[in-house]
Each structure stands twice: as structure tokens, then as C-alpha cells.
Design a protein around this ligand. Structure first.
Ligand SMILES: C[S@@+](CC[C@H](N)C(=O)[O-])C[C@H]1O[C@@H](n2cnc3c(N)ncnc32)[C@H](O)[C@@H]1O
Length: 181
């Protein structure tokens, strides 16, 4: 239920014509929902969505390389669900978050859902980085002072299926915030 609330809170923030950046879009399940809201969606993934849509811009590239190459574009909303745990923590802190700040409009929305603990049973490879809600909140809301308005914040566990259909317990951190500066 919490996952649904995270998604719905984000969907509520989309207006037709908005530009949404979906980092780690995967097969594009969420990108499709953003398209259905009338947004133009840029989907970034090493294995990006295979479907086509006039309002879908597919970037088959590593997020790290996308951020290094993408200069001028501005987005109204940034969505990063189940992806930052696969990225290097210091890179996320030092590069990704400041890249997002530069490319997100004033009043724009950032939505991050990730893990604060490896799932149980754990995957063969442990997560590259883990994120507690206090850690994410304190960095984005307090340290950068960029995101003053917290629209959704939750740390919870739930039992669900992974991408291969195996049941696991997931330990989830979710934060949606609005940029004010
Ligand atoms: C667990 S899936 C999540 C997909 C989707 N966001 C969702 O919530 O269903 C993680 C996705 O991140 C992508 N990914 C992981 N590390 C990446 C990286 N460094 N650059 C680009 N994509 C990456 C994977 O290819 C995969 O599609």
C-alpha cells in the first residue's frame, strides 16, 4: 500500500506538458503512467523501455554517463525508484544530487525510493549503497536547503516479489520533496 501512495503522490504532482526524468526507468511501467498523465518523459536506463511513444525519449545509457553528457535540459519532476541503491554513495552525494538540483526547475519535484537495508533473503550481490530516511532527508532538506517542502516521507518494510518473482522482505526508504530555491 505504501508503494502505491508513493506513486500516487508523485502522479498527483504531474501536469500535462510537464517534463519528467525517470532515472533507472527499467521496462517503463512508471514511465507509461507519467505519459498517461500527459507528460513528456525521458527514460534513462542501461536496459531502457522497449516500447515507443511520441512523448517518450529513451536514453540507453548509464545514469553516470547521462549526467556527464546532459547539459541544458530542465525537468519539472525527477523520479528515481529502486535505483540509487545500485549507485556509488559518494557519487550520488557529490554528483547526482547536485546534477538534479541544476536540472530541476524551481517548484519542481524529486521522488526517491530506495532501500535502507539489504532485502531478506539478500540478493547474490549486496546493494551498492543503502539509504535511511533520516540520512536522505537531512541531506536534501537540511544540508542543501533546496527542498523545503516534504510531500511524502516513509521508511517501512514489506514483503513482496523481486523482478524474478521471488518473495523477499524489502526495507524501503521513500522521499518526495519540492524544490523551493
Ligand atoms: C529494480 S529496477 C527498477 C526499475 C523501475 N524504476 C521500477 O521501480 O520498477 C533497477 C533499474 O535500474 C537500472 N540501473 C541500475 N544501475 C544503473 C546505472 N548505473 N545506470 C543506468 N541504469 C541502471 C537497471 O537496468 C534496472 O532497470
Amino acid at each position: 500500500m505504501e508503494i502505491q501512495n508513493f506513486t500516487n503522490t508523485f502522479l498527483d504532482g504531474i501536469e500535462p506538458g510537464n517534463k519528467v526524468l525517470d532515472l533507472g526507468a527499467g521496462e517503463g511501467k512508471f514511465a507509461q503512467m507519467f505519459l498517461d498523465c500527459g507528460a513528456t518523459v525521458t527514460a534513462v536506463d542501461m536496459k531502457p523501455p522497449a516500447f515507443q511513444d511520441p512523448a517518450l525519449i529513451v536514453k540507453k545509457i548509464k545514469i553516470e554517463d547521462f549526467c556527464a553528457s546532459e547539459e541544458g535540459e530542465q525537468y519539472d519532476l525527477v523520479f528515481a525508484r529502486n535505483v540509487i541503491q545500485f549507485l556509488d554513495k559518494s557519487w550520488v552525494y557529490e554528483t547526482l544530487f547536485s546534477w538534479i538540483d541544476k536540472h530541476l526547475v524551481k517548484g519542481g519535484i524529486i521522488a526517491i525510493e530506495t532501500f535502507y537495508q539489504d532485502p531478506e533473503p539478500a540478493f547474490a550481490h549486496p546493494m551498492r549503497s543503502l539509504w535511511t530516511l533520516p540520512e536522505l532527508t537531512s541531506f536534501l532538506m537540511n544540508e542543501t536547503q533546496l527542498y523545503a517542502k516534504e510531500l511524502y516521507a516513509k521508511q517501512f518494510d514489506h514483503i513482496g516479489f523481486d523482478m524474478s518473482g521471488q518473495t523477499r522482505k524489502f526495507f524501503v526508504t521513500s522521499l518526495i520533496a519540492q524544490k523551493i530555491n
